[in-house]
Design a protein around this ligand. Structure first.
Ligand SMILES: Cc1cc2nc3c(=O)[nH]c(=O)nc-3n(C[C@H](O)[C@H](O)[C@H](O)COP(=O)(O)O)c2cc1C
Length: 346
């Protein structure tokens, strides 16, 4: 068992990665249903929270059936981070997570996200301030370093532990790598080899199959696995990994009914949470991933992504069911775990 504050996680916990525009309550509901042990919110701007910006405050919504949840914040200013930690505490998550990994320009230029990887002393100081300002357990998600020549993740993990963080998730790429190349899991092993490091280390980057999840833990020593892109359109990945770990066998791919049910639930919950207009709009980028590998889906998808009516979308989903249930050979499940290119901007 792994403990973070009061949160007790099973061995080899599976975590849903924080993903902007993805890891919202509707999607988190599905990941929880299919076996994720802990879920992170999308990142939330500390500045936005203290200004009471509607978009930021909305992201604090968490629901009891998805616990344990970590709320993730980002920012480069100590005062704003401390004040936003207090606001996060009121939302009552199990964990407060700090984002030190986002490589996006307008985050990095404020020395937030991965921007802070250029100044490790500042990162440690900022983290210490956040830890002091909240009763919540604080965790950190980061990358290996700013660039190839400045990878100091072994030292960083230990120093952040020493100022009080209770777990660290590592996306095994540098900021400069963005999403290119492969995640270098050997760094997880190096971090874990440090005898002074006792907090859980969660491995992240390119886990898109049960085998890869097991490899991250067994070969590289991660205490758990954080999954991002492979869950998009495929929240079933959590149960597939769990089943493989428990039995050594592969769980059957989701049925057509399950896929459509997940997509429909996602849509309906998006509408319930965001309202019909925004719920429908933001659901559009998910149809591609939900139906990846469906031969001839394009004609249906191009109708789904222009429809502005919930009923019309439900009717198209019913048509998809009708069409593919006649011949499930039209569904090529082998491609289902590929990380999706449409979501590479985070
Ligand atoms: C669409 C998208 C949005 C993301 N948003 C965030 C975010 O808000 N906070 C964060 O720490 N990482 C974010 N990330 C990075 C992921 O959490 C994760 O570290 C990365 O995708 C690598 O893991 P994966 O290979 O399992 O996807 C985002 C990634 C994507 C694809």
């Amino acid at each position: 068992m792994i403990k973070i504050g009061k949160v007790e996680l099973p061995n080899m916990p599976l975590l849903l990665a924080p993903m902007e525009d993805v890891s919202d309550p509707p999607f988190r509901h599905l990941c929880k249903k299919y076996g994720a042990d802990m879920l992170y919110t999308e990142f939330i701007s500390a500045d936005g929270l203290i200004r009471d910006a509607e978009k930021s405050v909305k992201k604090l919504d968490i629901f009891d059936d998805e616990r344990p949840v970590g709320i993730q914040i980002f920012g480069g200013e100590e005062d704003a981070m401390m004040r936003s930690a207090e606001i996060v505490e009121q939302a009552n998550p199990e964990i407060l997570d700090i984002n030190y990994g986002c490589p996006v320009k307008n985050v990095v230029c404020r020395n937030a996200g991965a921007g802070i990887l250029r100044d490790i002393d500042k990162m440690v100081k900022l983290t210490a301030a956040v830890v002091k300002s909240t009763k919540l357990p604080v965790t950190v998600k980061t990358r290996l370093g700013w660039d190839e020549s400045s990878i100091r993740i072994v030292e960083v993990a230990e120093r952040l532990q020493d100022v009080g963080i209770q777990a660290i998730s590592i996306h095994c790429r540098t900021k400069h790598q963005m999403y290119t190349g492969s995640a270098r899991w050997e760094w997880i092993a190096k971090v874990k080899e440090n005898p002074r490091l006792t907090i859980p280390v969660f491995g992240n980057g390119d886990v898109n199959s049960p085998e890869r999840a097991v490899e991250m833990v067994k070969k590289y020593g991660a205490d758990g696995v954080m999954i991002g892109r492979a869950s998009i359109g495929h929240p079933f990945i959590f149960r597939e990994i769990k089943h493989f770990v428990q039995t050594g066998e592969h769980y059957a791919p989701p049925t057509l009914h399950e896929r459509l049910d997940a997509c429909r639930t996602h849509l309906l919950r998006s509408i319930a949470w965001k309202g019909e207009k925004l719920g429908i709009l933001e659901m559009r980028r998910h149809y591609g991933p939900y139906f990846a590998g469906f031969a001839g889906i394009k004609a249906f998808r191009s109708r789904l992504v222009v429809s502005e009516s919930m009923q019309e979308i439900l009717n198209i989903l019913a048509e998809i069911h009708e069409h593919y249930s006649k011949d499930e050979n039209l569904i090529h499940t082998a491609v289902k775990h590929q990380p999706t290119e449409t979501f590479m901007d985070g």
